[in-house]
Design a binder for this molecule. Sequence first.
Ligand code: FAD
Length: 459
Amino acid sequence: MYNKLLLKNGSKIAIIGGGPGGSFFAHFASRYAKEAGIDVSVKIYDKKSFRQRGPCGCNMCAGVISENLFNGLEEEEINIADFCVQRKIEGYCFKTQDESVVLHHPVPGHIPKIVTVFRGNGPLQSEHDGNVSFDDYLLNHVKEQGVEIISEVVKDFELPDRKGDPVKVICGAGNSKSEFEADLVVGAFGVNTGMMEKVGNMGFGYKPPRTVRTCQCEIMLSQEHIEKTFGNNVFVFALGKSELKFASITPKADYVTVNLVGRKDLTRNNLIDFLKHPAVKNLMPEKWEIPDNFCMCISKIPITYAKHPFADRVVVLGDASISRSYKSGIESAFNMAKMSAYTAFKNGVSASSFMNGYFKPAKKLVARDNFYGIMMLKINDYISSNRELANRQVRLVRSAEDTKTASQINEILWNMLTGNVPYKEIFIKAMSLRLISKTLPFSPLSWIRDESRNSSNVK
Ligand SMILES: Cc1cc2nc3c(=O)[nH]c(=O)nc-3n(C[C@H](O)[C@H](O)[C@H](O)COP(=O)(O)OP(=O)(O)OC[C@H]3O[C@@H](n4cnc5c(N)ncnc54)[C@H](O)[C@@H]3O)c2cc1C
């Protein structure tokens, strides 16, 4: 009888975290409860107010809403408000130390539905009126569906001694403490919180994803300068810096967001070093100097996925669980929230329901695909770290003579940068022998011959 642990009239759902993972779960929970004709109470707990400016009101990210997510939101009738949209993105500019090319959507004439937003209410120094926060917009959306937003930190939760009993949730900051019982606890607490380790020590098998520290900042520029220099393009850099895995500048209305993801934890020094690079300085106004004060943060990004993110009456999702490697984390949070909420309402909230309805399919969809993603990123690392190879790629995309190769590379790079299609699909296209022989400045066969000769000499 306990095996199913079904949600019913009067069930209480406590969501820890009001970022996208938490809001999306609340959205789907409201929808599936309505479809099932049951009345449940859904509460989101998060102390952070996204109406604040700067890092304390922000879930720190580049703020690019992928096209898949945009479409998914539209299907759910969540239409991102105009006041949240900082810029509509049309292309990605791929920039090496010497060359650059603007990549476009592989389908000619298709205008991508990619937009940029601020997760909080903009950078610390910004002077706009009102509230432009994307995360706050999502919270307001679910509030309209009847979800309650509680401005509190969840200190802890305790699994019941007896199978089937509710979970005890403990809230409050400092010495203040309040307790209540929930029929389902949703861990949407992200990876920038001590909650991950706490849940990891609870003994039900959850092991948090491994993370690295990324570095980002907001640079204020005039709208005219952004329009003229960046336009509606996200800039992505291959500057041969071995410590960086990914470097981008994302244009907003009157700011640009600089994002650096490294092989290891990054610091402010990596950011300063990047901003001083001639290829980056050239994009800034004449005589531009790094400002003394700018909005900057160090935030973590998951680089693996969690183990066992569920127990009876508990499910963990979003960054703290499983997401696409290095890309479109908000879209992953959306997909995983949908899968886990569907499972909770259709199959119940037991560990076995979440295992079969959420975690196994999620691993199939995202984790296995990440394997191809990691291989593609390694290829990309190799090309980006070699000045000549990186330049050669750009020249090939620009080539007016060999348009087939140009559109093949454009498609691969576009899909890698936007996260538009699964990594496996990109990998298969990239493994075309014709393309490899065009991209490499040497014959792959002779390279393999040389490599095996060298290794037999070493032996
Ligand atoms: C440098 C960088 C750039 C990125 N760029 C993009 C991008 O352009 N596009 C994209 O789609 N994704 C991007 N991402 C990924 C994206 O930020 C995440 O995937 C997304 O925010 C995950 O959502 P989440 O809800 O799981 O976690 P979060 O957004 O981290 O939200 C977690 C929430 O939980 C709250 N919380 C934590 N602990 C508690 C507690 N104990 N009690 C109550 N509340 C708690 C926090 O206050 C927070 O609001 C980027 C990430 C990084 C690091």
